[in-house]
Write a protein that binds this ligand. Structure first.
Ligand code: AMP
Length: 412
């Protein structure tokens, strides 16, 4: 089914074409007709599935032309980066229309946001805190809103934004259409759904808990003392174009980035202690290819559309299984394949077990070739049931219970 069969406006179809999209993705196939029909929608889909276009195209198409008098669409996002990314996507889709969009988030001056709001925009993409500020100052009204999109609702819950979200939604007209996207639906989101939505349709694309099929993911067991050495050795051996390294804390992200800088890697850091400007520069530099490595905390894990990430390395095992899916979802996006490596130390065993139970898969253990391993009890984990003989599995050698690889040389 091509994009032309949805009844989208010609200007938007032109926008889709200019984006280079040929066929709709599964979530687009299912969400676009429902939103066009005016249904409230709950969507759960893996990251990188084309979720933004799935809600933005039908909504923009319904808006038609620019109208003065106040925003008709409100899209709430948990982080500034996501808000900026969704705003950019909307500008791209709407480039052959005269619709206007504004992005509202904290950490920057109010002036430009106020000016845009005074002039009147059709679409507001916002994070909850700053939007509430504007509403309280009277610089933003939601009385003309027809469409509300609550994106990454589970992330908003994690970040403590649900009360703000409710206060915002309360100020929008009751006869609006509401869409909500969330990887998981915990009870608090369930009650938000009951409160904010009317007779919603639910669409679930793929199993909620499976990593993207285009990502090959493996675990490298290692002793805590050798973690940094293994990371450096991995980066030396792997033929990567761009890599995101996830750390548990801001402090660890800073220290890993300093270590890699000393080792002549071009590194950017992304975490919430950095200023808005630093975060934007980090993302832009990474997208442009100026930095080959982005070291990040989970703030960068969800939803950020960073194209062509060839590898994700979990320097620390994520503590929430959902974050594992989101982290490794940074690679293998839009049907490309990517590799995700997780460094695992003995204390991580319980977390890894939880992840494996969550995704109903055992993640293969690998040992890096030519790395001088110290003993760790983790190496005992695999031995009993593993064949003694060497055999090839998916192009990687298995020996004595371990895969050895990837033995690829860096291009640079
Ligand atoms: P999203 O899940 O909205 O963050 O989208 C992930 C990536 O897929 C973005 O780079 C989109 O531009 C891209 N994308 C979305 N829909 C399509 C499509 N139908 N065909 C090709 N790429 C797409």
């Amino acid at each position: 089914m091509p994009f032309t069969s949805f009844g989208l406006s010609p200007a938007l179809l032109q926008g889709v074409k200019a984006m280079g999209y040929v066929d709709p993705t599964p979530i687009q196939l299912r969400a676009i007709p429902l939103i066009i029909q005016g249904k409230d929608l709950i969507g759960s889909a893996q990251t990188g599935t084309g979720k933004t276009a799935a809600f933005a195209l039908p909504i923009l198409s319904k808006l038609g032309e620019h109208e003065a008098g106040g925003a008709r669409v409100l899209i709430l996002e948990p982080t500034r980066e996501l808000a900026a990314q969704v705003e950019t996507a909307i500008r791209d889709f709407a480039r052959f229309t005269n619709l206007t969009v504004s992005v509202i988030f904290g950490g920057v001056a109010y002036g430009k946001q106020m000016d845009e709001m005074k002039r009147g925009v059709d679409i507001i993409v916002a994070t909850p805190g700053r939007l509430l500020d504007h509403m309280e100052r009277g610089t933003c009204k939601l009385d003309k809103v027809q469409y509300v999109v609550l994106d990454e609702a589970d992330r908003m819950l994690d970040m403590g934004f649900l009360p703000d979200v409710k206060r915002i939604v309360e100020k929008s007209p009751r006869d609006r259409h509401t869409s909500l996207f969330s990887a998981t639906i915990p009870p608090q989101i369930e009650s938000l759904i009951k409160w904010a939505m009317k007779d919603p349709e639910t669409i679930e694309i793929g199993a909620r808990r499976t990593p993207a099929e285009t990502v090959k993911h493996v675990i490298y067991p290692v002793s805590e003392r050798q973690k940094q050495d293994l990371l450096r050795a991995l980066l030396d051996q792997v033929n990567y174009d761009s890599v995101i390294i996830f750390c548990r804390t801001k402090h660890r992200a800073d220290s890993i980035s300093n270590l890699l800088k000393k080792n002549q890697h071009a590194v950017a850091v992304l975490h919430s202690n950095r200023t808005q400007r630093e975060r934007e520069q980090a993302l832009k530099g990474f997208r442009d290819g100026r930095f080959e490595v982005l070291v990040a905390t989970d703030i960068a894990a969800r939803g950020l559309d960073i194209a062509d990430v060839s590898h994700v390395i979990n320097y620390d095992v994520p503590q929430h299984p959902e974050d594992y899916i989101h982290r490794i979802g940074r690679t293998g996006r839009a049907e490309a394949t990517g590799d995700a490596f997780t460094l695992m130390v003995a204390e991580d065993s319980a977390y890894v077990m939880r992840i494996e139970r969550f995704i109903s898969q055992r993640i293969p253990r690998l040992r890096l070739e030519n790395f001088n391993y110290e003993y760790t009890a983790l190496f005992e984990e695999e031995k009993p049931n593993q064949p003694r003989t060497e055999r090839k599995i998916q192009g990687v050698r298995l020996s004595g219970g371990y895969y050895f690889g990837p033995a690829r040389k860096r291009r640079r």
